[in-house]
Ligand binder design. Sequence first.
Ligand code: UD1
Ligand code: MG
Length: 463
Amino acid sequence: MKHNIATLILAAGWGTRMQSNLPKVLHKVAHQPLLSWVLNAAETLAPVRQIVVVRPGMDQVKEIIGNAHIVLQEKGEGTGAAVMAARPTLEDFKGDVLVLFGDTPFITPETLQCLVETRRSASNPAVVIVGFKPEDPAEYGRIVMNAQDQIERIVEYKDANDTEREIGLCNSGVMAIDGSCLFELVDKLTSNNAKSEYYLTDIIEHARKMGRHCTVVEASEEELMGINSRADLARAELEAQTQLRGAALAMGVTLIDPDSVYLSYDTNLGKDITIGPNVVIMPGVEIRDNVIIHAFCHLEGAKIEEGAIVGPFARLRPGTEIGRDVRIGNFVEVKNSQFEAHSKANHLSYIGDAHIGKKSNIGAGTITCNYDGINKSKTILGENVFIGSNSALVAPVQIGNGAIVAAGSVVTNNVAENALCIARSRQIEKPNGAQIYREQHKKERSNVTLMTVVDNDRPQSNN
Ligand code: UD1
Ligand code: MG
C-alpha cells in the first residue's frame, strides 16, 4: 500500500572508534542498547516492516531486535551500500522508507512523525532529510539548499570545499524516501568520492535529475546526537539521565539531588516517591506510591510496594519484592526474597532466597545462610516472627508463625509456631570471677609465678 511505512535501520558500521569487541549498536545508554532506542522510536510509526542492516558476525544483534528482519551487508562500504543490501526485502515495497541510524538513539517519535507527514505532503518530495544545526558542525555532511528552499545536494565533509564547510545546516542521516523510486535512485550511486564509499546522500542529486525535489525538516542537536566513541557514549548517558530524571520529576517524584540519581530506561515509578542523593537504579525496578529511598541505595530487579522505606545504604538485588510499609534499613542486602507487608530488616543483614511473612522482624546482623557451597536453599519465615540480632538461619529452614529466635542463634532445624528457639551455648557466670581474674593478672605482671587461669575463664580480649 502507498502509505505503508518500512523502517530501515543502518547498523553495519564497524564502530572502530569505540575500541570494542562489541558491535557499536549494542553499547548501552541507561542500560538499553543504542539500537533498541532506535527500534522503539521507529515502532511508534507502526511500520509494516522493520529491517536492521548488520555485518556478518554481528550475531549478538539478533538477540535484541524482536520481530525486525536482519539483513546482512556482505559487500560494499558506506550508507548507500547498506541500503543496497536491503534490496531483497524492500524491492516490492512502494510505501515510505524511513532510513535511521543505529547509533543515533534519541530520535523522537514526534520528529519521525513530522518526517513522514512532510514526505506525504502535496508537493510529494522524493526524499525528506532530518537536518540540524549543531554548535560544532564538525565532520557532518552539509546540506546545500537552493533558492526555492529545496535541497540541492548533500556534500560530505571530506568532499566539501571551504565555502560548503561554512554551512551550518547538517545531515543527521535520518530520512524518508519515496519507496517507489528508492532503488532506481540507489542504483545510480557510485563510490567515486573522497572516502570511496557509496554515499546514500547522493540520491538527492539523482532525484533532482529525475525531476523530483527533496526537502528538509529540522530537529534539535540533542535528539540527533550520533555515538561514535566512548566519549560520545558518556555524553549520551548524561543526556538519557537528564531525560529520565526530568520525566520522574514531572510525574511527581522528589529527587533531592537529581544529578546524583541514576535511573534505568525501564524504571517504573509511582507518585509521591522521594529518592535521596546517590541512588543507583539498575534495570527491572518498580517503585509504587509513597515510597522513600534514602541516600546511597543500589536497586536492581526489585519491586517495592506502597509506603515502604529503603536505606540508606541498602542493596536490593534481582528477585526482591518489598511489600507495603516494609522497612529495609542500612547495610541490608536482599536477593531473590519477598518481604510481606509491615515486615522489617533494619540493620546489617543478608537476606537471600527467603520469604518473610507479615509483621516479622529481623534483628541486626541476621544472615540467611542460603548457600552451602553446592546448593542454594530457602529460608521461610511465617508471620509475626522475631529473629534476634546476629542470628544465622541455615537454609533450608522454616520458622513458624509467631516464633522467636534468640539473639546469636545458629538455627539449623525448623522452628514450630510460637516456639522460642535458643540455639547458642548457654551462658555461665562465675561469682567474683572478674575480681579473681584481675588479681591474677596483676600478679603475672609483677613476675610472680601464679596458679594458671584456665583459658576458657579469660574474658575476651580485643588485643
Ligand atoms: C553519515 C552521513 C553524513 C551525516 C552523518 C550523521 C552519509 C554518506 N553520510 O556520515 O552526511 O552527517 O552520517 O551522523 O550517509 N553504516 C552501515 N554500513 C556501512 C556504513 C555505515 O550500515 O557500510 C551505518 C552505520 O552503522 C551507522 C550509519 O550507517 O549507523 C552511519 O554511518 P557512518 O559511517 O557513521 O556515517 P558518517 O560518516 O558519520
Ligand atoms: Mg557517524
